[in-house]
Unconditional design. Structure first.
Length: 137
């Protein structure tokens, strides 16, 4: 898989509705994964909320999104991050090192429950980034 850079939107419980709307507008393939499918505890109350959505349009557009998990605040207007993803671990780890240097790490770049390496940070300029390194497979 080639590495890609795309916007990643955050929603307060309506990511499914928004991504279905964008799917109707842009076409392409929409994948929706809920917190419940990933093993989130039922008592969290967000089992049907979207943990990760990806819309890949046939026109080259890619849009990703999720509902914020319980305990995290949603800030409309600032609810966007930039996502770097792919399977070129050396390239993406190098990007992570540069992006997190002088910034704030929210989630360290490490293996996650879905099998990929993932990290989230805010760079020294205040821009939110997510890096996901897919595992060969």
């Amino acid at each position: 898989m080639a590495s890609k850079l795309n916007p990643y939107l955050s929603f307060a419980g309506n990511a499914r509705e928004a991504m279905e709307y964008y799917h109707g507008m842009f076409g392409g393939d929409l994948a929706l994964n809920t917190y419940g499918e990933s093993g989130a505890p039922a008592e969290a109350g967000n089992a049907d909320n979207i943990m990760h959505a990806m819309l890949e349009g046939g026109n080259g557009f890619t849009l990703m999104a999720s509902d914020v998990p319980p305990g995290m605040e949603h800030h409309p207007g600032t609810n966007i991050s930039i996502s770097l993803s792919g399977d070129d671990g050396d390239l993406l780890r190098g990007c992570w090192e540069k992006l997190s240097d002088g910034g704030t790490v929210a989630v360290p770049l490490e293996k996650q429950m879905w099998g990929d390496e993932f990290g989230a940070c805010t760079d020294r300029f205040g821009i939110s980034w997510m890096v996901n390194i897919g595992q060969p497979g």
